[in-house]
Design a binder for this molecule. Sequence first.
Ligand code: GUN
Length: 291
Amino acid sequence: MQILDGRKTSNDLKEEIALEVLSIKKAGNKTPHLAAIIVGNDGASQTYVASKVKACKRVGFQSTLVELPENITEKKLLQEIDILNNNNAIDGFIVQLPLPKHINEQKVLMLVNPDKDVDGFHPTNVGRMVLDLPCFLPATPFGILELLERYNIKTSGKNVVVLGRSHIVGRPMSILMSQKRNAGNATVTVCHSRTKNLKEFTLSADIIIAAIGIPEFLKANMVKEGVVVIDVGITRVDDATKKKGYRLAGDVDYVHVSKKAAFITPVPGGVGPMTIAMLLKNTLLAFQRKN
Ligand code: GUN
């Protein structure tokens, strides 16, 4: 079994991006600039956004964090997005999800200028992705493709099972893996909460991408020997033995599944760091497309 080391791969990527930033600066240009909007005080979201800001510093990007209160009105949030859309100094920005219940997420994401939509959530970017046109790929699927490519994992003609159909991970992942591309050309099955006989699908899978948000859902008796497992789950599970009172659990029963797997991503240290690196990559792309 080989671990797909997202931490190392994302560090490699960040070094590559940092070198690009150096040459951009040397040429006398301004540096790429990413902004993030966060609404409310959700602990996990705060941690993710702080990691994104830290990663910007590491590669030499400028970053701006827009922190807004939980009770902000939808109208005010839309105004904040308009400000970032019209700020020429900002190359790309994200609105951290989830948003409070009183805010219409769709309306918010629709307002983001597609040219600055480095999360790839705007319908224009989703449509362009489906049609194989230049776009911003959503960072988590983009990171998984990059990980598969950098570890030379063959996907052409393989049976891929995607667990989950979310707009952020499962849906785009299933589309990308079926397309004509490196880390593509696969036969893809999307399984979800209404799938019957799930185990029949997972047992025949060469590659499983688990993105359902149920801790340790995928068990060893659900996978075949030599499977490649990508674990997107990252749920906080109460654990009194930890200083913080919780531990992070993936969607995969790692201890047992790893014994049968050829390749597997750990949690933490697998897909998570890749997501951040690809957000930086998208920001660099936004900068390059603009200039
Ligand atoms: N919440 C969970 N994942 C993501 C992501 O990739 N982008 C944003 N904006 N919010 C998220």
